[in-house]
Unconditional design. Structure first.
Length: 229
């Protein structure tokens, strides 16, 4: 396992929730996020780059440490976070389960390969979550177009997951309903958070079909079968 991957894995395994202090931030999932001058707090180096999280448009983070968002007091944001974690788990488990020689598989010439589909999901995740945070997308190059190996794509998914973990983990119900700019309109942050969930789940359906064609049981089905035993 690469050092960067090991660091992100350890943060995800041990950090339950989020600890924030101005100048100090630990995000569940090892979020390696954007530095946009909005009170960014660096927490270390991953693969030679600082990973940080902005304050979600300079309005979310308090000056004192906070506990993870209270799900009872914030049922909307807690539900969005739970749904997000479920669909992302399905995609990441699929990426790990399928062998690398099937990453190039595509059911028809005009559709994405399995690996390209995963790259597309990673690209969209950082895009949606950056828009929800009113931040610049931290990924400049398309994962779908530039990453080819299983290791590269898994690393990109881990990065996207860590970034979005930081956004979903910090948003309260009030934050989710606060409006952000989309074109000429103002929409609630929740729109991008919901769109991300929908998009990930949509393409998990594609991935599940690819796996079925190759005789592989999708991870969500496998978990359901194990629960019934």
């Amino acid at each position: 396992m690469l050092d960067a991957d090991r660091d992100a894995h350890e943060v995800r395994r041990h950090a339950r929730g989020l600890l924030f202090r101005r100048g100090e931030l630990l995000v569940r999932g090892g979020g390696r996020v954007d530095d946009q001058g909005l009170g960014v707090a660096h927490v270390g180096q991953v693969a030679g780059q600082p990973h940080a999280v902005d304050e979600l448009a300079a309005g979310l983070a308090p000056a004192q440490p906070v506990s993870p968002v209270d799900p009872v007091a914030n049922p909307l944001s807690a539900t969005l976070k739970s749904l997000y974690e479920g669909v992302v788990r399905n995609v990441v488990d699929s990426a790990n389960k399928v062998p690398e020689d099937l990453y190039a598989f595509r059911p028809a010439p005009e559709v994405r390969s399995f690996g390209e589909m995963l790259g597309h999901v990673a690209d969209a995740m950082t895009s949606y979550c950056a828009r929800a945070a009113e931040a610049k997308n931290p990924v400049a190059d398309s994962v779908e177009k530039t990453k080819k190996t299983k290791a590269e794509i898994l690393a990109a998914l881990d990065y996207a997951r860590g970034y979005c973990d930081g956004v979903y983990g910090l948003v309260t119900d009030a934050d989710a309903l606060r409006t952000v700019t989309m074109g000429e309109n103002k929409v609630p942050r929740a729109r991008f958070l919901m769109a991300n969930i929908s998009h990930v789940n949509e393409h998990y359906g594609n991935l599940a079909t690819y796996m079925r064609i190759k005789g592989i049981v999708p991870p969500s089905t496998e978990r359901a079968q194990q629960m019934r035993r």
